[in-house]
Design a protein around this ligand. Sequence first.
Ligand code: HOZ
Length: 425
Amino acid sequence: MDSHTLFERAVKVLPGGVNSPVRACKNVGCEPRFIEKADGSHICDVEGRTYIDYVGSWGPMILGHNFPPVAEAVRQAVGNGLSFGAPCQAEVDIAELMVQMVPGLEMVRMVNSGTEAVMSALRVARGVTGRTKIIKFAGCYHGHSDSMLVKAGSGALTGGSPDSKGVTASTAGDTLTAQYNDLDSVVALLEANPGQVAAVIVEPVAANMGVIPPKKGFLKGLRQLCDQSGALLIFDEVITGFRLAPGGAQEYFGVRADLVTYGKIIGGGMPVGAYGGSRAHMEQVAPCGPIYQAGTLSGNPVAMAAGLAQLTYLHEHPEVYTNISQKGAMLASGLRQIAEARGIPVQVNQVSSLLTIFFTETPVTGYAGACASDLERFARYYRGMLAGGVYAAPSQFEAMFLSNAHTADDIVRTLNTAERVFGTL
Ligand code: HOZ
C-alpha cells in the first residue's frame, strides 16, 4: 500500500493522520511518507524509495538505524520476556554507566519519554525548593506536559499553537517565559517573583525552534542566577544528551545543571527517558522520599538492553563525537556555500551534529529571529530535498541530526541535491 492511501486511511482514525504532530508535513505542503524500514543512514518508504535520513527518529539514532550491537541486544532481551514490572539488571547497568559518563550525575530515575522526564524533574524542583514557579524560554520545547506548553517550540510552534488550549490558566500562570540567550529577561522574572521560582529549565542548545546555540556566557549566567536565587537549573538534554559529548551539554559547555532530563537517545530507539541529578535531590523521590513518581514500564528490560548497548558503544568509542561533528560542519559549510553562490540569504546554525538552515539574512540567535525566517521558502526547499532523496524534519523549527552512519558520500549527495534545489528557490 502506498503512502497516500495509508494517509487517507490514517486521517479517518488518527487526528491529522499521525501520532505526533511533527510528522504531519502540513506546514511544508505535503503528506507524510509512511516508512517501512531503515538501515544505517538511510530510511525507506512503503513505495520502496530510499532517502538519506537526517531525522534519525528525532535524535536517538546517533549510531545509525539497525546498529548491530543495539539490534542484537534487543533480540536477546526479547527472548527473555517483554516486561516484568520488576527490577532487572540492565536498568542498574545503564544507570551506573550514565552516572559514569555524565558529570555531576549521581542518581537517575528511568521513565518512558522526555515528556515524562521533564514533568518529573519539575516536580522534584518544586518538591525540594517548596516553590511554585518555573522559568522556561520561548521557543524551547520540553515535551507536552501542561506546564511546558507555554510558548513551546517544535510541533506546537510549527502548527501555530505555542500556547496549547486545554492548559488551565493557573498552570500556565506558574510558567514564566524568558528569552533564550537573554540573561536580562531571566533577571527581570527572578526579580519580579522573589523566592518563588523553583527552577529555570533550558535546552542548553535550543533545537526546537531550529538549532540556536547558546551565546558565550549564557549558560554560565543561568548557573549564577540560579545560585543567587535558590532556583534549580534544569538542563533538558533530550536532544543534546550523549550527543554533543559523552557527558552531554554539561561536558560540552562546562556548565553544571542541578537536574538533567534525557529522552529517546538513552533507549537507542526504544521509548525511554530519564531524569537525574545529585543524590541529595534524587533521594527526595519515592520510595526514598516524599516526591511521588512511578511507571510500570519504566526500566523495561528490552528498552534498557537497547539503551545500554547504545551508551556502551558511545562510551567505548569517543571518536564518534569527532566524526559526527565533522560531518555536521561539512554539511553546514556546504549549504552556506551553495546558498551564497545563488544569492539566497540563509543562516546555517550548527552545533556539532545538530543543524538548521534558516531562510533569513539576519543571524538567528533567539525566538524572534527564528520566527522571522521565510517559511514559504523553507517549505519549497523541504519538498525539493525530499523529492531529491533527502529526508529531513518537515519544519523550519527542528534540527537535522547527523549520525555516525552518515558517510562523506551521503553529505556530498545531500549537497548535490541542495545545489539543484537552490536553483529552484
Ligand atoms: N523533540 C522532538 C521534536 N523536536 C519531538 C518529536 C515529536 O514530538 O514527535
